[in-house]
Design a protein around this ligand. Structure first.
Ligand code: SF4
Length: 177
C-alpha cells in the first residue's frame, strides 16, 4: 500500500451560493508523487504537470487536483461525498501502485488552459452574478479552481448554448470537469 491515510478539511467556495458545492482539501499521509505518471496513463482527459507533480482529472463528475502530498476535490455537495470521493481515490492510487510494473507510465501533459481561452467562452457581460467584478476575474479564478463554472448562472440559462458547450468541452478535455 502506498497511501495509508489522509486528513480532510471541508470549505465553502468563495463564490455564489448558487454553486451549491464544497471544496475538500486533503493532506496525505504519504508522498504519492512517484505514482502520478501511472495514474495519468489510467485516466482519460487528465492534465499532467510532470515538473510540478500535479495531476488533474475528473471522475464521475468530481474534479481532482492531485499533488504529491495533498489533494483538492471539487464539484462535491457535502463532506460525505468528499469522503466517498477520497476513498475512491485512495483505492485507485493503491491499486495502481500494486499493478505499477504492468503499467506504462505516461508523461503526456494534456490540454493546457489560460484565462483568455476561458474568458472568450463566458457571456462577457460583467454582470457580477457570480460574485466577481468581471468575467475575466471569474475566468482567472476558474482556472485556479477557486470557483465552479456553475457559479456563472447566465451561462447555463438560454442564450449561450454554443459558448456553454465549448467551455464544458474545454474544461473536460483539461481534466477540470
Ligand atoms: S456571472 Fe458569468 S457573465 Fe456574469 S460576471 Fe460572472 S462570469 Fe461574467
Amino acid at each position: 500500500m502506498l497511501l495509508n491515510d489522509y486528513h480532510m478539511e471541508i470549505s465553502l467556495p468563495a463564490c455564489s451560493p448558487s454553486a451549491q458545492t464544497v471544496i475538500a482539501t486533503v493532506k496525505l499521509s504519504d508522498d504519492i508523487g512517484a505514482i502520478l505518471p501511472y495514474l495519468n496513463s489510467q485516466v482519460k482527459g487528465a492534465n499532467f504537470d510532470p515538473e510540478g507533480s500535479i495531476l488533474r482529472f475528473s471522475h464521475e463528475g468530481r474534479a481532482f487536483t492531485i499533488h504529491r502530498d495533498h489533494v483538492g476535490i471539487f464539484k462535491i455537495a457535502n463532506a460525505g461525498e468528499a469522503r466517498d470521493a477520497m476513498d475512491w481515490l485512495k483505492a485507485f492510487v493503491n491499486e495502481t501502485y500494486e499493478r505499477r510494473t504492468a503499467i506504462e507510465p505516461s508523461y503526456r501533459r494534456g490540454v493546457e488552459l489560460n484565462p483568455l481561452q476561458i474568458y472568450k467562452l463566458l457571456p462577457g457581460t460583467n454582470c457580477k452574478e457570480c460574485g466577481e467584478a468581471t468575467c475575466f476575474a471569474f475566468a482567472a479564478r476558474l482556472l485556479k479552481e477557486e470557483i465552479d463554472v456553475s457559479a456563472c448562472a447566465p451561462l447555463f440559462e438560454d442564450g449561450y448554448p454554443e459558448k456553454r458547450e465549448k467551455l464544458v468541452t474545454l474544461l473536460r478535455e483539461a481534466g477540470r470537469l
